[in-house]
Design a protein around this ligand. Structure first.
Ligand SMILES: Cc1ncc(COP(=O)(O)O)c(C=O)c1O
Length: 451
């Protein structure tokens, strides 16, 4: 057993003073340092990182270019609110974001501090731009915890219990989750019944001409890495075009190279009207950006989406450096290549481990869906928690997530070396093997809330 006394002592203090609503607990990891794909705890134990701070450190922890950019900006000034003054880094970054995001039309950018506020911004923007109130979101989605973002989310009752009334006129429809289909059907025999479902709603319940937007993740992350079939995107874009509905592409988790493209929607060649980004944009500094067609942003007026600390110059400098690193090191392409190797290796594990029901992903956003029975696909939530615990004991940061909490989240930094990846996947396999052989005690579940 490795020493974890210091971690445990800090966690005991933390539990007394920090609100329980702010953390989903897995294992007693208290971080003291992080570099590249490695993290060290307070007791000096080293871990390989398959979580990347929740898909944030895409270019690795403390990339020297990011550290240098923050230092240089720190020497000039830390804060001058963009609400009343001008400075160059936010404009430079906005020009860059307009260039790298899909859609060959004039764009404008609005900043915030988190993925959640970007989603709230999207609700306001599409309503202002269309003068329509209704918004369609998707079951299984996670959009964050500000009031608008949690209204959009469709993954956990704990997020919304006792908070009603939430933001009105937001409806949820089934996401094309072809492994755990909401409608109990099988793709492709289903004939894309989830899109038919939307058409039916438009026929009998929700007037399409009163619908402002669809807001959705191109690949649902926290639902357990759920990847829609290509026709879904074509059909959805067509529905938008037919009824003047805006398509909001929520790339908070999938953006900045994570899935093997700069933005995941590019896998399907679709041009969204609005793109939401945060998380990896600034390698961990708090920043979000809404990038949209210019004419939409000309419809909302100040101060509809203004924050004192928006576009903090340290965060913008970190974002510019992050984008340069992604470009120069060609990390989206690398994610695609290395991700393919990981998917192959995980696919091979299925031959020896019945606990694995499905392996799916794009780039380095990969989910390993654990089931009790491959036929019924009964989710193996507790087993997934135990795998995550065993992996931690063996030096790998790996969590389980998903709408049933049974999917292992494989999301290392895009800079992870091939050796590190192989080592981490080896630990994943050993941990699954241990759980299958009953080597992980039920005891550990008491400390783990999990998804
Ligand atoms: C797809 C998606 N949207 C929004 C959010 C919320 O982002 P934040 O936690 O920065 O508010 C998350 C966070 O996990 C996310 O995965």
């Amino acid at each position: 057993m490795k020493p974890i006394e210091r971690c445990k002592a800090l966690i005991a203090r933390d539990r007394e003073i920090i609100s329980p609503a702010t953390r989903i607990s897995y294992f007693p990891l208290a971080v003291s340092r992080a570099e590249g794909s490695k993290v060290w705890d307070l007791d000096g134990n080293e871990y390989l990182d398959f979580l990347s701070g929740a898909a944030v450190t895409n270019i690795g922890h403390r990339h020297p270019r990011v550290v240098q950019a923050i230092r240089e900006q720190l020497e000039r000034f830390i804060h001058n609110t963009l609400a009343y003054t001008y400075y160059e880094v936010p404009a430079l970054l906005a020009e860059k974001l307009a260039e790298i995001t899909p859609g060959r039309f004039p764009k404008r950018v609005a900043y915030g501090l988190s993925g959640s506020d970007a989603n709230d911004g999207a609700i306001k923007l599409v309503r202002s731009a269309t003068r329509r109130l209704r918004i369609l979101s998707f079951l299984g989605s996670y959009h964050g915890t500000t009031l608008g973002a949690l209204t959009l989310s469709g993954i956990s009752l704990n997020m919304r219990r006792s908070l009603s009334p939430l933001v009105p006129e937001i409806y949820h429809v089934p996401y094309p989750d072809c492994y755990h289909c909401y409608l109990g059907l099988q793709y492709p025999d289903c004939g894309l019944a989830c899109v038919e479902y939307i058409r039916e709603l438009f026929r009998i319940l929700i007037p399409p001409e009163e619908t402002a937007a669809f807001i959705l993740e191109p690949i649902q992350g926290d639902a357990g890495v759920v990847i829609p079939p290509s026709e879904f995107w074509r059909e959805l874009r067509a529905l938008c075009d037919d009824h003047g509905i805006l398509l909001v592409d929520e790339e908070v988790q999938t953006g900045f190279g994570r899935t093997g493209r700069w933005f995941a929607i590019e896998h399907w060649g679709i041009e969204p009207d609005v793109i939401l980004t945060a998380k990896a944009i600034a390698s961990g500094m708090p920043l979000s950006a809404i990038i949209s067609r210019s004419e939409l942003m000309e419809t909302w007026s100040v101060p509809a989406h203004l924050f004192t600390a928006e576009a903090n110059p340290l965060c913008c400098a970190a974002a510019l450096a992050t984008i340069e690193v992604l470009e120069e090191e060609r990390l989206p392409e690398r994610a695609e290549r290395v991700g393919r190797t990981a998917l192959k290796r995980l696919g091979e594990m299925m031959e020896d481990h019945d606990l694995i029901g499905d392996v799916r992903g794009r780039g380095l956003l990969i989910g390993v869906d654990l089931v009790r029975d491959r036929k019924t696909r009964e989710p193996a939530r507790e087993e997934a928690l135990k795998v995550s615990w065993r992996a931690y004991e063996k030096g790998l940061i790996l969590i389980s997530f998903g709408r049933f909490g049974n999917v292992l989240r494989i999301a290392p930094p895009l800079t992870v070396s091939e050796k590190e990846l192989e080592e981490g996947l080896g630990i994943v396999e050993e941990s699954i093997d241990d759980v299958e052989k009953g080597k992980a005690p039920d005891e550990v579940l008491k400390q783990m809330t999990g998804w």
